[in-house]
Design a protein. Structure first.
Length: 132
């Protein structure tokens, strides 16, 4: 996002304490690691991730997210902190709303991340969390 990710600009909000974070990164890992420093979106205009048309799965931001080395941490953060707008971790707002419903029905964060990212290993790996 041309020098700053959404988290760097806006900071973390309040975590949704009801999320069962089993299998996903801990809050300490999300906060202490500097995963956003490796975000692929740093080199692109922020509007690709934030404007209204990011509701579309055809957004040009999504392929960039899919190749991002910290996609797992980004998506975990968006789900734990309830980021409702824009694209995070290669998901649109409406996709995250569906993922949030799964979390509300008791699925673990690790399971939801694995469903999106393709494997439990990738969802929970230290590298993908961006742990320093
Ligand atoms: S997954 Fe997408 S929004 Fe998240 S840090 Fe990477 S490029 Fe940015």
């Amino acid at each position: 996002m041309t020098g700053a990710t959404a988290i760097e600009r806006d900071g973390y909000g309040t975590p949704q304490r009801w999320v069962d974070r089993t299998g996903g990164p801990t809050l300490d890992e999300l906060h202490a690691s500097r995963w956003h420093h490796r975000a692929a979106c740093r080199d692109w205009p922020a509007y690709l991730w934030t404007d209204d048309y990011t509701h579309a799965q055809t957004s040009p931001a999504i392929p960039i997210c899919e190749e991002c080395p910290v996609r797992g941490a980004c998506l975990a953060s968006a789900l734990v902190y309830g980021d409702e707008y824009g694209i995070y971790g290669g998901t649109t707002a409406s996709e995250r709303a569906r993922l949030t419903r799964r979390l509300r029905h008791g699925e673990t964060l690790g399971a939801v991340l694995a469903a999106v990212l393709g494997s439990p290993e990738r969802a929970s790996s230290r590298a993908d969390r961006g742990a320093a």
